[in-house]
Write a protein that binds this ligand. Structure first.
Ligand code: NAP
Length: 416
């Protein structure tokens, strides 16, 4: 059976049973973790579908391998191949030092307008600093294109900042004591369009994936027209016709059902939408860990909360990620290239393997995704892991069997 490309129309995917998926091996430990990921994915797909579905990998190039083979870090044909195939998976990429591209990852996101960064955070049996890590099962949706990350800022004492300060004082009436002359100034935009498309996508995903709660995390008590409007736009999205009768806000739940979600569910509601102030959110994930589920937020908060939540389940070692736009999606390991371990068959391939599982569920191949997660859970339950996992278990007084990167992937397959 010859493999075909994924099709896309109005942001909806049509996924053939035998599908071509492009992959970027990645720099540094990419050579170790990418084959390990492919081994696990192929085994899961074969076990779940017994040949009626399959993946054909197509290698595309970015990073150092692309520079060597094609003379540039991010060739146009790589971006074209991702566009053409709609979904891709990538290992970590070195950020080239000096000149040209600021970050290859950012360049890929911008070229394909991958406006949501999605980070599932879940406990599979790895060492954790909290007592009940099994309560952690979050999917964090971080807006990718807005907020302070757009990089418009001026250093103190520059001619530019003086112009901006003068404008703000003279034209906008900002009192000088708020803006002393030694200020650096940065701009934080919050766009209604960008916020709403991100929130809409997250809510749709939450419904499609049977999640319980979606929380808008924001700092709207202080930054009223940026963070505050993000939350307000979130509630406006929830009122759009496609969510009517499916998404219920915390206020409505109190008013109509005295806070009883079970009763609301009996009337057809599927998802509770609430909001939390960002600083409280950091407390809540520690003190009321199990209350949260899908967390939808702007760019900077999303950056912070993704790592903080990953910390609850032992750090970034098993943290998958994806950048998603209108159908287009690139799944990736969230850690870097860890150059000192490159080619040593030592590091943990779990982040990329779980990213691949997330990719399979994005394609609708949930059975294969579930097999990977189950295989990983059982492998960790048998205390088999790469050096980093064993190191964390030791801290908790548990012995583990240390295996190589590839052996860990094989163990996951054996435990499926
Ligand atoms: P890093 O590559 O993530 O490595 C930092 C440390 O994290 C490693 O020394 C190792 O710690 C641990 N680690 C990372 N991946 C691991 C894995 N798979 N299994 C076990 N442990 C792992 O961060 P970095 O050294 O700051 O960055 C190196 C390069 O990667 C830079 O060029 C950076 O720009 C790039 N980067 C790329 C991406 C991306 O492509 N998405 C993301 C981040 C950074 P121990 O030695 O303590 O075990």
């Amino acid at each position: 059976m010859s493999a075909e490309k994924i099709g896309i129309q109005d942001g909806q995917l049509s996924v053939p049973d035998h599908v071509r998926i492009p992959y970027i091996e990645g720099d540094g430990v990419g050579v170790d973790i990418t084959p390990a990921m492919q081994l696990v994915v192929e085994a899961a797909v074969s076990k779940a579908y017994d040949g009626s579905r399959s993946i054909e990998w197509v290698e595309i190039f970015a990073g150092e391998k692309a520079k060597e083979k094609l003379g540039e870090y991010l060739p146009q044909e790589t971006l074209a191949a991702i566009r053409e195939h709609v979904v891709a998976i990538k290992g970590p990429l070195t950020t080239p030092v000096g000149g040209g591209i600021r970050s290859l990852n950012v360049a890929i996101r911008q070229a394909l307008d991958l406006y949501s960064c999605v980070r599932p955070v879940k406990w599979y049996g790895q060492g954790s600093p909290i007592k009940r890590p099994e309560l952690v099962d979050y999917v964090i949706w971080r807006e990718n294109t807005d907020d302070v990350y757009i990089g418009i800022e001026w250093p103190s004492d520059s001619n530019e900042v003086l112009k901006v300060l003068n404008f703000l004082r003279n034209e906008m009436g900002v009192p000088p004591e708020k803006l002393p002359s030694d200020c650096s100034v940065g701009i934080k935009p919050a766009s209604e369009y960008k916020s709403k498309r991100h929130i809409r996508k997250a809510l749709r995903w939450a419904l499609d994936n049977g999640r319980r709660v979606a929380t808008l995390m924001h700092k709207g008590n202080i930054q009223k027209f940026t963070e505050g409007y993000f939350a307000r736009w979130g509630y406006e999205v929830a009122e759009e016709p496609e969510f009517a009768g499916l998404v219920i806000t915390e206020g409505e739940l109190q008013e109509r059902y005295k806070g009883d979600m079970e009763q609301a569910k009996a009337d057809g509601y599927k998802l509770l939408l609430n909001d939390r102030i960002a600083d409280n959110m950091f407390q809540q994930i520690l003190t009321r860990t199990g209350d949260y589920d899908v967390i939808i937020t702007m760019n900077l908060n999303g950056d912070y909360i993704s790592d903080a939540a990953a910390g609850l389940v032992g750090g970034l070692g098993l943290a998958p990620g994806a950048n998603i736009g209108d159908g287009y999606a690139v799944f990736e390991a969230t850690h870097g290239t860890a150059p000192k371990y490159a080619g040593k068959d030592k590091v943990n391939p779990g982040s990329l393997i779980l990213s691949a599982a997330f990719m399979l569920s994005y394609l609708g191949w949930r059975e294969a995704a579930a097999l990977i997660e189950e295989g990983l859970r059982r492998t960790l339950a048998d205390r088999i892991g790469t050096y980093d996992l064993v190191r964390e278990w030791k801290k908790e007084g548990m012995e583990g069997q240390e295996v190589s990167c590839l052996a860990f992937a094989r163990a996951i397959v054996a435990h499926m």
